[in-house]
Every structure is written in structure tokens, then in C-alpha cells.
Design a binder for this molecule. Structure first.
Ligand code: GDD
Ligand code: MG
Length: 360
């Protein structure tokens, strides 16, 4: 069976991290996010995968190629301009002649697709939507159901006063191919706001498949951080074990007089100098340099970043190629690619810095 993954969104809410890096490639424990989605599909026996792309398509293709290294067969369909979530899989119609899955490309989940497919067939369903309970449904799509799980109403991004259930659209669907006939060609068209409500209005058989378990949409920096640290501490069934572990990549030079308190993950070819303290949760990418007596805690650092002598990097994210010069400090900050903090500069707490800024 085929799955279409929607990876063409702009990643607006995850900016400035997504100016140069598509949301599907942001590193999670030093691997591109989408790799987790592909591995999960593969584990569930779904290995024919269509990636529906629009923005920043080239780096995604370069990263995953034909999918061979992950044991999946990848095909790409690219929209000239973004077609919306339903327009995206309409664009792949020629490949979708049988029942198919559609997944949002920014959701990490452990959904059981086998049981979902069985349920879909048992109900003779036209569209089955995985749902998940969340504390605050307002950033998501509300899915109301009857006791037999038949969907009765959709409400995208409800206001607090409109919340009638805590079950939301979990971003995974099973669709019958006939549904494609209800989507116009070459038109921006939304699955959640147009296609599904229209099918419902026409008495289509739409069912919810309620799920529980670990689920996260990495749509904003807080959620992106949460996913990294949850996986780092052993949640989410990831192959990083043990809550207090310190894992160091290949080719690193770690001075014996450093203090690394897990959970800490350090990528390949990093240098950590004398007296540096890294207090988990911390993820450091490849080719990074941590200078003498630098202090890093509760942070994520992408590749090729330097945190020089005596710096303090606390509860922050630094993207690729950042440079914190000696004695500089960042707290609760987000630094996009290639940001420089000049010597001894103290960034205001909570700052969000666009790419290539030099501050100090
Ligand atoms: N190819 C393509 N083209 N993909 C798109 C497009 C497009 O025009 N627009 C969005 N996508 C992709 C995004 O990259 C993302 O992977 C997915 O579709 C969903 O888009 P988001 O922009 O992340 O939507 P959302 O998070 O606000 O809401 C959606 O997901 C929630 C669950 O995470 C909705 O489906 C909600 O109902 C749902 O609860
Ligand atoms: Mg999303």
C-alpha cells in the first residue's frame, strides 16, 4: 500500500530555523526529522512512499534520494506553487489507484497503521482520520464523532470557546481513491477545511480512528525542542536508550577534564575543551567546537557551531554555523543559521535571531 507524505508547507511557525532548512529536514537527535516518519512507515510494512513537495524541494530530494538506504521506495511529486494539503495529493493522482495513506510530514507518532487499515475496511469507510487527544486542541483540527466513531463535524483551529472535544486530527488519513475526484485540478485546496467537510456534507462515510500514545507536531520551536528532549530521555520508542546516557559520535576530541551530565548526544568530529560543562538535556551536531569552561545546558546545537571559551548557552537553539565568541551568553534564545555573537556579548533572554546576524 502507498503512503503520500505532505512535506510542502512553508514551516512558517518554525522560523527562523526553517529559512534555509525545510521543516522535514530539521535535525532531531542529529537526524533529519522525516527519517523518523519514513522509518515508522517502513516498520509498519508501508514502503512505497510518495513525497508531495513544494517549497525547498531540492534539499529534500538530495537528502533522501530513492529511499534505498532506509529500505523504502521514494517517488517525488513537486508542485509548482503550493497546492494546499488536498491539492498536494491530487497532484499525485496518477500514482494513487488503490486505497492509500496520507500523512502530514511534520508529525512524529507511533500510530498503528495496520489496525487503522483494518478499521477502515471494517467500516467500509471512504476516509479514515486518525485522532489523538491533546490538552489544548486550539492549534489543531477538532474532529467530532458519534458513538460509532462516524465523524459528524470538523473545526479547524477552534477558538477556546468552541472546543467540544479534545480529540484532534492527528495528521494521518486513509483514503479511497474515488475521493480524488472531489478535488479540483491545479487549484489550491485544503483537505481539512474543504475536502473533508464537503465529503461530510455529501453524506460520505468518514470515520475517526482514535489513538493514544506519543504524538507531536513539530510545527513550532517549543514542540521541536520537546521532541528532541523526549526522544533523548527515552520516550517515543527511539533507539536512543537510557535517560542519563552520554553518547559521543566518531572522531571527537573530548578533554578528560570536562563534565558531561546526560542525557547528552554529541555528533561526529566535535571538540570539547578543558573545563567545559555540558549538562543535559543537550544535543550537539557534527563538527562543533565547545571551548574551555563553556557551559551548555538544556539546548540544541546544529552542525558546525562554535561555543567558545567561557560562553554560556542555556535553554537555547543554535542552527548551523553559529559562532558564540569567547564570553558571550545566550539564554532562551533561538539563533538561525550563521549567527555570530561577538566577544562578551550578552543576548537579551528570549531573543530570536534571523540568519547571518552579527550581534555585539
Ligand atoms: N505538498 C504540500 N503542499 N504540503 C503542504 C502544503 C502544500 O501546499 N501545505 C501544507 N503542507 C504540509 C505541511 O508541510 C505539513 O507537513 C502538513 O502539510 C500539514 O500542514 P501544517 O501547516 O503543518 O498544518 P497544521 O499543523 O496547522 O494543521 C494540520 O495538522 C494538524 C496535526 O498536526 C491539520 O491537518 C490539523 O487538522 C491537524 O490537527
Ligand atoms: Mg503541522
Amino acid at each position: 500500500m502507498k503512503a503520500v507524505i505532505l512535506v510542502g508547507g512553508l514551516g512558517t511557525r518554525l522560523r527562523p530555523l526553517t529559512w534555509n532548512t525545510p521543516k522535514s529536514l530539521v535535525p532531531v537527535l542529529n537526524r533529519p526529522f522525516l527519517e523518523y516518519v519514513l522509518r515508522h512507515l517502513k516498520e509498519q510494512g508501508i514502503d512505497e512512499i510518495v513525497l508531495a513537495l513544494s517549497n525547498l524541494a531540492v534539499p529534500i530530494k538530495e537528502c533522501f534520494g530513492n529511499g534505498h538506504h532506509l529500505g523504502v521506495k521514494l517517488v517525488y511529486v513537486v508542485e509548482e506553487s503550493a497546492l494546499g494539503t488536498a491539492g498536494a495529493f491530487k497532484n499525485a493522482s496518477e500514482l494513487l489507484t488503490d486505497t492509500f495513506f496520507v500523512l502530514n510530514g511534520d508529525v512524529f507518532s507511533l500510530l498503528d497503521f495496520h489496525s487503522m487499515l483494518e478499521f477502515h475496511k471494517r467500516q467500509n469507510s471512504l476516509v479514515t482520520i486518525a485522532t489523538i487527544p491533546v490538552d489544548d486542541p486550539t492549534p489543531f483540527g477538532l474532529v467530532e464523532t458519534a458513538p460509532d466513531k462516524r465523524i459528524t463535524r470538523f473545526l479547524e483551529k477552534p477558538m477556546p470557546i468552541e472546543v467540544t472535544t479534545n480529540f484532534i486530527n492527528a495528521g494521518a488519513y486513509i483514503l479511497e481513491p474515488s475521493v480524488l475526484d472531489s478535488i479540483p485540478y491545479d487549484t489550491t485546496y485544503s483537505a481539512e477545511k474543504q475536502l473533508f467537510p464537503n465529503l461530510l456534507a455529501n453524506n460520505g462515510r468518514l470515520f475517526a480512528f482514535p489513538s493514544t500514545g506519543y504524538w507531536i507536531d513539530i510545527g513550532n520551536p517549543q514542540k521541536y525542542r520537546d521532541l528532541n528532549f523526549d526522544l533523548l530521555s527515552g520516550q517515543g520508542d527511539c533507539d536512543f536508550h537510557g535517560k542519563q546516557e552520554v553518547i559521543i559520535g566518531d572522531g571527537c576530541q573530548i578533554h578528560p577534564q570536562t563534565k558531561l551530565e546526560g542525557p547528552v548526544l554529541v555528533g561526529d568530529n566535535c571538540v570539547i575543551e578543558e573545563g567545559a560543562v555540558i549538562s543535559g538535556p543537550v544535543v550537539i551536531g557534527n563538527n562543533c567546537h565547545v571551548g574551555e569552561r563553556a557551559f551548555i545546558t538544556d539546548s540544541i546545537i546544529w552542525n558546525e557551531t562554535t561555543i567558545a571559551t567561557g560562553c554560556r548557552f542555556i535553554s537555547s537553539i543554535a542552527a548551523t554555523g553559529c559562532e558564540l565568541q569567547a564570553g558571550s551568553c545566550a539564554e532562551k534564545a533561538i539563533l538561525a543559521d550563521y549567527v555570530t555573537l561577538i566577544e562578551n556579548f550578552r543576548l537579551t533572554s528570549g531573543s530570536v535571531i534571523e540568519p547571518q546576524q552579527i550581534l555585539g
